[in-house]
Design a protein around this ligand. Structure first.
Ligand SMILES: *Cc1c(COP(=O)(O)O)cnc(C)c1O
Length: 318
């Protein structure tokens, strides 16, 4: 859907929670060449799988040591301000990326600064900007596109990039030379136009660690939030809010094959309890499927698709 543009990959936040060590080589083998992390601490993991010039750090060289580290490793810093541009040139300069803020008012060089001589002194590989409302029908999209086009005429660069996942769905005007999808690579559907094109990527599972028989009147878990109306089998599952399964997901229904297993009572730190009535063959040690269709789960629990992915806890084996 990026058309003639190539598709890079946002792999920040540990590959959106799925494990950068897993997703970077997969995306590399699928043809992605440009990889974006947010923090300097995320560089070494990416460098295990791709060449330094393929990795860029979105937060930019905030400290002198960041610029020195980029020089030492050969990764591409993203320059976000006059200060960062100076810091990069003082450290030795060389190819870098430049982020210009066209209306999100987050990171990026301000439009008033694009004519500054220190910016003209940069060797810009990728000239980019980031859309604020690409997932909505907003006047901001056209406004940012217009501003970015102006920036492109003012600042020479090898390549230009504007669109994140949702931006790709805005059409060919937005794709330029390189797109920077993140969420869509991991099963997120940020705009309805992408719905048919994206399928689920992550399939979390959790183990049953005890099966118990409840009698009428027995309550389950903290604050006795569920009480059994009659005899029933319940399964204690090794999954809780410390794994990213927050209390707002209390209406979730786990699955064992086709059987639906609703939650009973509250989500606790390390455990949930599910109704095993529909799955009489489930025993201790069996694995259950945790619902993770991102758009549907986001709608159901109120978290964003991004939050569902990036809060998957470290106890999940990737
Ligand atoms: C995170 C990020 C992306 C990817 O955004 P998605 O909405 O996940 O596709 C692209 N560009 C920048 C600058 C980002 O920070």
């Amino acid at each position: 859907m990026s058309g003639a543009a190539s598709a890079g990959a946002a792999v920040k936040a540990d590959g959106y929670g799925l494990g950068a060590d897993k997703v970077v080589p997969v995306l590399r083998d699928a043809g992605a060449h440009d990889f974006f992390v947010a923090h300097w601490s995320e560089v070494p993991e990416a460098l295990r799988h791709v060449a330094p010039a393929q990795v860029s750090v979105l937060h930019g060289p905030v400290r002198a040591e960041d610029a020195a580290y980029a020089q030492e490793t050969g990764i591409r810093p993203v320059i976000n301000s006059i200060e960062q541009a100076k810091r990069w040139i003082e450290a030795g300069g060389g190819p870098c990326h430049l982020m210009v803020d066209t209306g999100i008012n987050r990171l990026g060089l301000s439009l008033v600064d694009i004519g500054d001589p220190v910016i003209a002194a940069l060797e810009v590989d990728l000239l980019m900007s980031h859309l604020a409302s690409a997932d909505e029908h907003s006047v901001l999209n056209a406004r940012q596109l217009e501003r970015f086009r102006t920036v492109c005429t003012a600042i020479p660069a090898r390549r230009r990039s504007l669109a994140n996942s949702a931006g790709i769905a805005l059409g060919a005007d937005f794709t330029f030379d390189l797109t920077r999808p993140g969420i869509a690579l991991y099963g997120g559907v940020p705009r309805s136009e992408l719905a048919g094109a994206i399928r689920q990527v992550a399939y979390p599972q959790a183990a049953v660690i005890q099966v118990r028989e409840l009698a009428a009147g027995d309550s389950v878990g903290y604050n006795a939030a569920f009480t059994a109306a009659g005899a029933m089998r319940a399964g204690v599952v090794s999954l809780g809010y410390a794994d990213g399964f927050l209390r707002c997901r209390g209406s979730s229904v786990l699955r064992c094959g086709e059987a639906h297993l609703p939650l009973l009572g509250k989500v606790s730190m390390d455990m949930i309890v599910v109704d095993l009535s529909a799955a009489p063959d489930v025993h201790e040690g069996d694995w259950l499927d945790v619902p993770f269709d991102l758009p549907a789960q986001a709608d159901a629990c109120g978290l964003s698709q991004y939050e569902l992915l990036t809060t998957l806890g470290p106890r999940f084996r990737r």
